[in-house]
Ligand binder design. Structure first.
Ligand code: NAD
Ligand code: UFG
Length: 336
């Protein structure tokens, strides 16, 4: 059997780009996804980019039997765990679905790994675990808190991983805290495809530029930031994907480890910075209205990236021009 990386949620936004990066780095990938927020067409798109269609199993991470079968049929050497639900607003309405998918799902997956003696695990955590920043840039030792069920699921899974690491020798775990992933593969064959009204800034901006939506609502212009709008650390999804390859290599070299690391660029841009950058990339106007703050939003958030550089030898290379150009190319291709 050929050594294989299991990528849960690999048909989704970040998982599909990471699959491309893994294949290009020489890894064989098996995707497990229940397709609740993605389409199987992404598999052929990945093949168009890399020349190899990843193996695919349509299953749920909460299905222990399906997981056991998969670990028996393949020689899986590591798991990258992207599968889960991610909409903050929805999580306040459907908390049980979030705890079930994200927390119970992770427990089921880790239990199956334990049964199969696979102990290398890369987890999609989030900068949301820092809550409202007490100081910037955010370092990994910043206190954690959660203001919504989604964020709480990330906190809980981080803690579960720590308990597991402390309980049993041999685990090699990376908890990767993503800042704001945006952009798309430069081929425009894969990208972010939100269903319905986008929750996040960049897909919404792209749809306004494309004429699919009338105007962007800018949530608040009275924050303590240079132009009053919210500031975030946007990271190109291909940089993020490369960060995962670096984290996997780090784990592979360790006897055992529990690594917690930010994946961001270290730079903050405001909502209006992003609107202007997108207008330049697309040569379209992005009409907007300033409206009230969105409940639960923080003013500003960006990463200290020094630990990622030191531990993984990785840093983001793409800038907001790249992010906007690739997001626009994807938007234009997927609308056509
Ligand atoms: P996504 O929704 O595009 O991808 C998630 C994939 O998981 C989807 O293909 C979905 O069908 C699948 N999935 C969901 N529940 C499943 C289940 N129970 N069993 C099997 N498959 C399941 O999301 P994404 O943006 O690619 O995010 C990937 C991970 O990164 C998530 O864990 C998310 O919480 C985390 N994250 C995302 C962001 C972001 O802004 N996109 C930021 C920080 C962290
Ligand atoms: N914003 C708008 N209008 C919109 C959407 C967003 O003005 O239509 C603003 C927000 O107020 C914020 C900024 O754009 O200032 C970014 O908002 P996003 O919703 O794109 O991203 P968030 O920083 O709120 O959250 C995202 C993910 C979370 C993740 C977090 C990590 O949605 O899951 O990044 O930093 F935890």
């Amino acid at each position: 059997m050929i050594p294989t990386i299991l990528v849960t949620g690999g048909a989704g936004f970040i998982g599909s780009h990471t699959t491309v990066a893994l294949q290009e780095a020489g890894y064989r990938v098996l995707i497990l996804d229940n397709l609740c927020n993605s389409s199987p067409t992404v598999l052929r798109r990945i093949e168009q980019i890399t020349g190899v269609e990843p193996e695919f199993v349509q299953a749920d991470i909460r299905d222990g039997g399906a997981l056991d079968a998969l670990f028996q049929a393949h020689q899986i050497t590591a798991v990258m765990h992207f599968a889960g639900l991610k909409a903050v607003g929805e999580s306040t309405r459907l908390p049980l679905a979030y705890y079930d998918n994200n927390v119970n799902g992770s427990v089921q997956l880790l239990s199956a790994m334990q049964r199969a003696n696979v102990n290398t695990f890369v987890f999609s955590s989030s900068a949301t675990v820092y809550g409202d920043p007490q100081k910037l840039p955010l370092t990994e030792d910043h206190p954690r808190s959660a203001t919504n069920p989604y964020g709480h699921t990330k906190l809980v899974v981080e803690d579960i991983l720590e308990s597991l690491y402390n309980a049993q020798a041999g685990w090699r775990i990376a908890r990767l805290r993503y800042f704001n992933p945006v952009g798309a593969h430069p081929s425009a064959l894969i990208g972010e495809a939100p269903q319905g009204v986008p929750n996040n800034l960049m897909p919404y901006v792209a749809q306004v530029a494309a004429g699919q939506r009338d105007r962007l609502q800018v949530f608040g212009s009275d924050y303590d930031t240079p132009d009053g709008t919210g500031v975030r650390d946007y990271i190109h999804v291909m940089d993020l994907a490369q960060g995962h390859v670096a984290a996997l290599r780090y784990c592979e070299q360790a006897r055992q480890d529990l690594l917690t690391v930010n994946l961001g660029t270290g730079k903050g841009y405001s909502v209006l910075d992003m609107v202007r950058a997108f207008e330049q990339a697309s040569r379209k106007t992005v009409a907007y209205d300033i409206v009230a703050r969105r409940p639960g939003d923080i003013a500003a958030c960006w990463a200290d990236t020094s630990l990622a550089e030191q531990k993984l030898g990785w840093r983001a290379g793409k800038n907001i021009k790249d992010m906007c150009e690739d997001a626009w190319r994807w938007q234009a291709a997927s609308a056509g």
